[in-house]
Design a protein around this ligand. Sequence first.
Ligand code: ZN
Length: 187
Amino acid sequence: MNPTSNLNKVEKDLVVSMDYSLTVDGEMVDSSDGTEPIEFIQGFGNIVPGLEKELYGMAIGDKKSVLVPAAEGYGIYDPEAVLKVDRTEFPEDIPLEKGIEVSIQSEDGEVMVAVLEEFDSKTVTLNGNHPLAGKDLNFEVTIAGLREATAEEIEHGHVHSEDECDCDCDCGEEDCDCEDDNCNCGH
Ligand code: ZN
């Protein structure tokens, strides 16, 4: 820890607690109102880039309205991410249900999550765009708190719970096999 570092302003490597609301096309789609503020490490791309860059220098208690254009939010809408799959090629063990999420592998081997948008007797349509792709994002944010990130958090690139976790789960793994009910590691 660097004793001269000031914890008054948002800067890289600090854990930021932030209250926020997100309005898209005039409708509030997400908010921390009524729940805890979100926590993330500034400068690690934990939040959308167009919002993160506007937070530098904000102090605890500061409020800001930030308009994030789609390209700096969840990306522009990509028509090529909409796939039409022959129904005979669609795995039989996945139920045909509108709105479910399906993992698909693109031609270059990248795995992405797509939403089953529609289907008919011949074709299943999968959409790999983020639901907010192509949307401009209106954030209202308030900085609720700042603290130093631990060395482990910096190494992992994400925030750990305040409560010490004593399980030996391999933090950062998607599938945690930790069986401790009291584990607060968030995995
Ligand atoms: Zn971790």
